[in-house]
Design a protein. Structure first.
Length: 386
């Protein structure tokens, strides 16, 4: 989505340009379908659990949306409805993550925001595949502990994912006005989840009677951010479709274009000024323009001289990329930290915070973990878990 055409709608001195095989008319409907998945995902999921909450309350099935979590809807005879809701929501979030991968420019291999959005979708699918259960007394529990552990990881990660995604949005000028909003939303969601773990998750916590309301507030903040990002992706897909349509119409009117964009056909195509009658400067195929940029950078490096790093310090990435001395001080350069280190540290912090939340909310958690081996052995021998 980041590649563009130089369109020349008129002019006698025009010839056929090399087509960009990665940009086809089928790309734009597909991009809008992925954006529509991001728009519909939170809306459908919210409607699903809100309607189930009201239905179970009206039927007096013992569900309280203010006090109980959304995951409690997976228990009971109607739990399959919420399981399907989780599965559909997860698939739509995965599709939206793929759309972000295709629609946001990636300035570095370590910009993994869209991949983390896909991971959130996988966590939602896991929540649907491992539901909670309800015993004869009406008590809701997690038989294997997978749903609870997966839920903790999910709610702790969605805020971090938005923060990581905001760094990638900052590298694309089409998304930069959403960077601050996405980053602040991620921080807010993370803080709310930590507060939820401290003050609402356990039975004796002061906000436990409003646990369901607290969780739904967190989801509402996250849902709004997803919808805004999906709307931007939808708009960008429509704008690119209009540009592609203009390219197609202009090229089809040219007798020699054969459906491809057209560019000036004289020596100006070698990098000179545009010919008379052609509206924009020409652009050579990507490979040749990339090679030309490499030659230009090498020439500039020979003129300026390749900077030599002081003893004991490797070259800064800016120096390796441009061949120019880095304007920063040596003190700052020695403290340079690669992005993969930052991502690794964030993952470690996520695991540590998960352990802390588990210890805080271990009301019955220890007994459940001790019961897992017995539960599995009972299944193996054809018995039932107690």
């Amino acid at each position: 989505m980041s590649k563009q055409y130089d369109v020349v709608p008129e002019g006698p001195n025009c010839a056929v340009a090399q087509p960009d095989r990665s940009l086809t008319p089928q790309t734009f409907p597909r991009q809008r379908v992925l954006a529509a998945a991001g728009i519909c995902a939170p809306i459908l999921f919210a409607l699903g659990f809100v309607m189930q909450g009201f239905l179970r309350t009206d039927l007096r099935l013992g569900y309280n949306p203010i006090a109980q979590e959304v995951s409690d809807l997976t228990a009971g005879p109607l739990g399959w409805v919420q399981q399907v809701n989780f599965l559909v929501f997860g698939l739509l979030v995965i599709a939206f993550g793929i759309g972000l991968y295709r629609g946001v420019r990636k300035a570095s291999p370590w910009m993994v925001g869209p991949a983390l959005v896909v991971w959130n979708g996988i966590e939602l699918i896991i929540a649907g595949l491992f539901p909670r259960s309800e015993n004869v007394a009406g008590h809701i529990y997690d038989p294997l502990g997978v749903h609870m552990m997966n839920g903790m990881l999910f709610f702790l990660s969605i805020g971090i994912v938005l923060v990581m995604l905001s760094f990638q949005l900052a590298c694309d000028e089409r998304w930069r006005n959403l960077v601050i909003y996405t980053r602040v939303t991620g921080i807010l969601v993370f803080v709310l989840n930590v507060l939820n773990g401290f003050f609402a998750e356990a039975t004796g916590d002061p906000l436990h009677p409003w646990l369901g309301l607290f969780q739904r507030t967190i989801l509402a903040v996250w849902f709004l951010c997803l919808i805004i990002l999906a709307l931007r992706l939808w708009r960008l897909g429509g704008r690119d479709a209009v540009e592609m349509r203009q390219v197609t119409l202009a090229s089809n009117n040219h007798p020699e274009s054969q459906g491809f964009p057209i560019l000036p056909s004289s020596r100006s195509a070698e990098g000179g000024s545009p010919l008379p009658g052609c509206g924009v400067s020409p652009q050579k195929p990507f490979f040749f323009s990339f090679a030309r940029r490499l030659r230009r950078r090498a020439k500039e490096g020979r003129k300026l001289g390749t900077p030599q790093a002081p003893a004991g310090r490797p070259l800064h990435p800016f120096e390796r990329r441009t061949g120019k001395p880095c304007p920063e001080s040596d003190h700052v350069l020695t403290r340079y930290m690669p992005r993969w280190v930052i991502i690794f540290v964030l993952i470690i912090l996520l695991i540590v915070l998960t352990v802390v939340i588990i210890e805080i909310t271990n009301n019955g958690m220890g007994d459940m973990q001790m019961a897992i081996p017995g539960y599995l052995s009972a299944i193996a021998y054809g018995g039932q878990a107690q």
